[in-house]
Design a protein around this ligand. Structure first.
Ligand code: PEP
Ligand code: MG
Length: 866
C-alpha cells in the first residue's frame, strides 16, 4: 500500500484515495498545467491515524523522505537559510466539503527562515506577514487557540496606529505582531512556537486528519449524506505567494456563472493577497475582468487554462489560482458548486455544445434541484409597492421572508419555536452551519460571490444575499443599520437572492414562473421514463399546474377535499349528522349539484387522460362542527342543540384515522357513494355529449376485506347501469381500489379479480404496517431518528423492508392473477425521488404526487431507468 503519492503519479479517478483536491492536482500536473510541486498523504493513512491517534514511525520516515525529494524538485530547502521551502498542508476528502476541515499555509517559517525569505524576496513586509499568518493558523488548527485572540490584538494594533487596513502595515509592524503572536501562543500552550519545520509539518498533518471529525465537518456530512468513514487526504505542496508584491495576487474563478449558469469566466481576484483572504470574504475582491486590464497576459493564460480544464473535465470548473511575481499557478480545480438554475442551464448547454450526452446531463442533476427551480418569487404587486432597503450580491436565488436573527444559535432556537428565520451576519463561517441550514435566507454585509455564505447557501439551495455593504451589522447589540433604518432582532425582512435586494417587512411570495429550463429537462426525462407520473389534484388550478409539469393524468382526486369551504361544509356536516337515510338524502342532493360540476370540470380538464376519482374518505373528526359552531349547525339542520351535541358525541372516535373512514362509510351509508358515483357518471356523460373523450376511474379507499369490495362494486355497478338506462347512453368507466391496509396487500389473490385497477395508499399502509398513527407519529419519529432506531421517516421515504415487502408481493400476486390492470402509488412516497427506484423495480405502472413534486419524480424515474 502506498502511503504517499506524488502529484506526478496520480489521476483524477483516484478521489477515494487522494481526495478530490489531490486527485485533481495530480491530473492537472499530468496534463502539464503550472501546478506547484507536492505530494499527497492518502485517506488510508487518515483512517489508520484516526484509529490509533498517532502517525507510525515508518510513515514519519516516509514523510521525511518525501520532504527531501520535494527539496530536490524545488531546489529549495525546508528550514534552510538560503532558499527556504515553505509548504501548505491542506485537507481534501473524496467529496468536497468547503471550509469544513483545516488548512495551514506557510509551514516551514521560523525565526531563522523568515529572515531568509525576507532577504530573498527583498520584501520583509511580506515575509513577516506570512510568519504571523502561520503562527495564527498553526495556533488555531494544531493547538486550538481561538483565532479571536490573535485577531483582536491585530485590530487593536491597527486602530492604535490609525491604519485603515492590513495594507498599511509595514515590516516592523508585522515583526512586532509576530513577537506578540508568539507570546499569545506561549501563553495558551506553555510552549514556544516550534522552530523545527519538520515538527510543524508532522503536527499539521495530524491536525488536518483530526479535523475530519470536527463538529462542523460532521454536521456537513450528515446534511450531505457523506459517509463518516471515508477520511481526508492531506496535500503537502510548495507554497507560492500571492501576497509577495504588487505583481502578485490570488483568485477564484468559475468557467461559467455559478448563479445563472451562463457561459464565460466568472470570478474574483485580490491583488497582493493569499487565498484565504478571498474565501473568507475579509477583503472585498475585484471581478476577474479587472485582471485583463492590469495583467493582460496572465488573464489570457488563465482563460486558456480555464477552457482547457472545462473541456477536460466536461463540467463547469471552480479554479483557484495564484500569481507570484507575474507567474501564474493553478492551485486547485473542482467541479464548481452551483445553484439549481445554473446546474440545469449548464447541463443543457453542455449537451448542446456536444460535450455530454442527455443521459449524462440528467444524471448530473438531482431531483431537488428541480424543486429549487420552482422556488417562490415576490409577487409583482408587492414588489411594485416596495422599495429596496439595500442591495448586495445575488448569491443564491429565490425569495424568502422571515424574522432577522444575528447568530446561528438564535436562528436555530427561533426556528425550533416555529419561526421562519433570516440569518443576518457580517460574514459567515463554517461554525454557522446549523443556523444556515434552518434559515429561509442568509444575508451578509461583507464578502463576495465566493465567500463562505455564498458557497454554502448555493449548495443548500437557500436564498442568499452576500456582501450588502450598506448594512452595518452589530451582532452584539443584535441590530443592523441600513442608512436611517435600524433592523432589530425579530424584525421581518424580505430577501431576494435573485436580484440581491433586501426589503423591510414581509412581502408576499408567489411560485416562480421560470419554467423554460425545466421544460427541457422534463422532455428529456420523459423520453427515458418507463413509468409515468400522475397528479394528486382536485382543483382546476392544481390540475393545470400538474399538466404544465407533464402529468400523465390524475392518479388521485380526493373528493373529501372538495367539501372544504363555507358553501359545502354545512351540507357535508348534515350528511354526517343525519340519523336516517332520508335526512341524509336531502343533504346529499345538495352536494350532488356541487359534485356534478366538480367532476365535469375535472374530466374536461384531464380529457383523454386517466382520471382516478376516489370516493369519499373523510376522517370524520375533520368535518364535524366545532363547539362554537353547534348553534349554527342547529339552525341550519333544524335539529335541536341537544340533539346536535348528542349526535357529535355518538360519532366521536378514539382513533379517527383508523375509524369510520373510507369504504367503511360506503358500506354503512351506501347512499353517499351512490351520490358520488352518479355525479361522476353523469358528469362523464355530459362531457362526452359535448364531444370530449373522458376516462373516469372510480376508486374505493381503505378496503381490507374482499367482501367489502365485492359488495360495493356490485351495488355501484347496478347503480351505474340504471343511470345508463336512464340516459340511454354509456361511457367507459372503471372501478378500482386502494391498497392501503396490510390485509389488502396479503389478500391480493382474492382482490385481483374484483378491481379494474389498484393504487397503493402508502400513507395509510405505512400507518397500519408500523402501527404508527399518522396524526401522532411525528412526535416520536424524530426521537427514533435521533437514536438511530429508524434511519428514515417512513412517511417521507418508503420503508422498503416492511411496507415495501408487502407492496412487492402484492404487485407480483396481482400480475400473476390478471394481466393489464394498472397498479399505481398515490401516497406521499409516490413523489419521493428516493423511493422511486424501488417502486420502479417492483413493477408499478405509475406514481402519483402533488403537482410541485412532479418534475422531480420524472427526473428520478429517468435516472433510475438508465
Ligand atoms: C394514502 O393513504 O396513501 C392515500 C393516498 O390516501 P390519504 O392520504 O388520503 O389517506
Ligand atoms: Mg389513505
Amino acid at each position: 500500500m502506498k502511503n504517499i503519492v506524488w502529484f506526478s503519479e496520480g489521476t483524477k479517478d483516484q478521489k477515494e484515495l487522494l481526495g478530490g483536491k489531490g486527485a485533481n492536482l495530480a491530473e492537472m500536473t499530468s496534463i502539464g498545467l503550472p501546478v506547484p510541486a507536492g505530494f499527497i498523504v492518502t485517506t488510508d493513512v487518515c483512517r489508520q491515524f484516526l484509529e490509533n491517534q498517532q502517525l507510525t514511525q515508518p510513515l514519519v520516515e516516509e514523510i521525511i523522505r518525501a520532504v527531501a525529494t520535494l527539496e530536490e524538485r524545488t531546489h529549495k530547502s525546508f528550514g534552510g537559510n538560503q532558499q527556504p521551502l515553505l509548504v501548505s498542508v491542506r485537507s481534501g476528502a473524496k467529496y468536497s466539503m468547503p471550509g469544513m476541515m483545516d488548512t495551514i499555509l506557510n509551514l516551514g517559517l521560523t525565526d531563522q527562515t523568515v529572515q531568509a525569505l525576507a532577504a530573498n524576496t527583498k520584501n520583509p513586509t511580506f515575509a513577516y506577514d506570512c510568519y504571523r499568518r502561520l503562527i495564527q493558523m498553526y495556533g488555531d488548527v494544531v493547538k486550538g487557540i481561538d483565532k479571536s485572540h490573535f485577531e483582536s490584538y491585530l485590530t487593536t494594533y491597527k486602530h492604535k496606529k490609525g491604519y485603515p487596513s492590513d495594507q498599511s502595515m509595514v515590516a516592523p509592524d508585522w515583526q512586532e505582531i509576530c513577537e506578540v503572536f508568539k507570546s499569545i501562543y506561549m501563553e495558551h500552550t506553555q510552549e514556544r512556537f516550534p522552530q523545527d519545520p519538520l515538527e510543524q509539518l508532522l503536527s499539521a498533518v495530524q491536525a488536518v486528519f483530526r479535523s475530519w471529525n470536527n463538529p462542523r465537518a460532521i454536521t456537513y456530512r450528515k446534511i450531505h449524506k457523506i459517509a463518516h468513514d471515508l477520511g481526508t487526504a492531506v496535500t503537502v505542496q510548495e507554497m507560492v505567494f500571492g501576497n509577495s508584491g504588487a505583481a502578485s495576487g490570488t483568485g477564484v474563478a468559475f468557467t461559467r456563472d455559478p448563479t445563472t449558469g451562463h457561459r464565460g469566466l466568472f470570478g474574483e481576484f485580490l491583488a497582493c493577497a493569499q487565498g484565504e483572504d478571498v474565501v473568507a470574504g475579509v477583503r472585498t475582491p475585484r471581478p476577474i475582468s479587472d485582471l485583463a486590464k492590469t495583467q493582460p497576459e496572465i488573464h489570457a493564460q488563465f482563460s486558456a487554462i480555464a477552457e482547457l480544464l472545462e473541456n477536460h473535465y466536461k463540467d463547469m470548473q471552480d479554479i483557484e489560482f495564484t500569481i507570484e511575481e507575474g507567474r501564474l499557478f493553478v492551485l486547485q480545480t473542482r467541479n464548481g458548486k452551483r445553484t439549481a438554475k445554473a446546474a440545469v442551464q449548464i447541463a443543457i448547454d453542455l449537451v448542446s455544445e456536444g460535450k455530454i450526452t442527455k443521459k449524462t446531463a440528467l444524471h448530473r442533476l438531482t431531483p431537488d434541484m428541480l424543486d429549487q427551480l420552482l422556488h417562490p418569487i415576490f409577487s409583482p404587486e408587492s414588489l411594485a409597492k416596495a422599495s429596496p432597503l439595500g442591495q448586495g450580491l445575488p448569491a443564491s436565488p429565490g425569495a424568502a421572508v422571515g424574522r432577522v436573527y444575528f447568530s446561528a444559535e438564535a436562528a436555530v432556537s427561533a426556528h425550533q419555536a416555529g419561526e421562519k428565520v433570516i440569518l443576518l451576519r457580517q460574514e459567515t463561517s463554517p461554525e454557522d452551519i446549523d443556523g444556515m441550514v434552518v434559515s429561509e435566507a442568509i444575508v451578509t454585509s461583507r464578502g463576495g460571490m465566493t465567500s463562505h455564505a455564498a458557497v454554502v447557501a448555493r449548495g443548500l439551495g437557500v436564498c442568499c444575499v452576500a456582501g450588502c455593504d450598506q448594512l452595518a451589522v452589530d451582532s452584539f447589540l443584535k441590530q443592523a443599520r441600513c442608512g436611517e433604518v435600524i433592523i432589530q432582532e425579530g424584525d421581518y425582512l424580505s430577501v431576494d437572492g435573485t436580484t440581491g435586494n433586501l426589503y423591510q417587512g414581509a412581502l408576499s411570495l408567489v411560485a416562480s414562473q421560470d419554467f423554460g429550463l425545466l421544460q427541457t429537462i422534463l422532455d428529456w426525462s420523459k423520453e427515458r421514463a418507463d413509468l409515468v407520473v400522475r397528479a394528486n389534484a382536485e382543483t382546476i388550478e392544481e390540475i393545470k399546474t400538474a399538466a404544465s409539469f407533464g402529468a400523465a393524468g390524475i392518479g388521485l382526486a380526493r373528493t373529501e377535499h372538495m367539501f372544504f369551504g363555507e358553501a359545502r361544509i354545512w351540507p357535508m356536516r348534515q350528511v354526517i349528522l343525519a340519523e336516517t337515510t332520508e335526512e341524509r338524502q336531502v343533504a346529499l342532493s345538495q352536494l350532488k349539484t356541487f359534485q356534478l360540476n366538480d367532476f365535469k370540470e375535472l374530466l374536461l380538464q384531464t380529457k383523454e387522460q386517466k382520471c382516478v376519482i376516489r370516493l369519499l374518505d373523510p376522517p370524520l373528526h375533520e368535518f364535524l362542527p366545532r363547539p362554537q359552531e353547534y348553534e349554527e349547525m342547529a339552525k341550519r339542520s333544524g335539529y335541536s342543540l341537544e340533539k346536535i351535541k348528542q349526535r357529535i358525541h355518538d360519532l366521536q372516535e378514539v382513533n379517527p384515522m383508523m375509524g369510520h373512514r373510507g369504504s367503511r362509510l360506503g358500506i354503512t351509508y351506501p347512499e353517499i357513494y351512490e351520490m358520488q358515483t352518479a355525479a361522476i357518471i353523469e358528469a362523464a356523460l355530459q362531457a362526452s355529449e359535448a364531444g370530449s373523450v373522458v376516462y373516469p376511474e372510480i376508486m374505493l379507499p381503505l378496503i381490507s376485506i374482499p367482501e367489502e369490495m365485492r359488495v360495493l362494486r356490485e351495488r355501484l355497478e347496478t347503480y351505474i347501469r340504471q343511470i345508463f338506462a336512464h340516459y340511454q347512453k354509456e361511457v367507459p368507466f372503471k372501478i378500482g381500489m386502494m391498497l392501503e391496509t396490510p390485509r389488502a396487500c396479503l389478500l391480493t389473490k382474492e382482490l385481483a379479480p374484483l378491481a379494474d385497477f389498484f393504487s397503493f395508499g402508502t400513507n395509510d399502509l405505512t400507518q397500519m404496517t408500523f402501527g404508527f398513527s399518522r396524526d401522532d407519529a411525528a412526535g416520536f419519529i424524530q426521537r427514533y431518528l435521533d437514536k438511530g432506531i429508524l434511519s428514515e421517516d417512513p412517511y417521507q421515504h418508503l420503508d422498503k423492508s416492511g411496507v415495501g415487502q408487502l407492496m412487492e408481493q402484492a404487485v407480483a400476486s396481482i400480475r400473476q392473477q390478471t394481466k393489464g390492470k394498472a397498479i399505481g402509488v398515490c401516497g406521499e412516497v409516490g413523489g419521493d425521488p428516493q423511493s422511486i427506484a424501488f417502486l420502479r423495480a417492483i413493477g408499478v405502472d405509475y406514481v402519483s404526487c402533488s403537482p410541485y413534486r412532479i418534475p422531480a419524480a420524472w427526473l428520478a424515474i429517468a435516472q433510475s431507468a438508465s
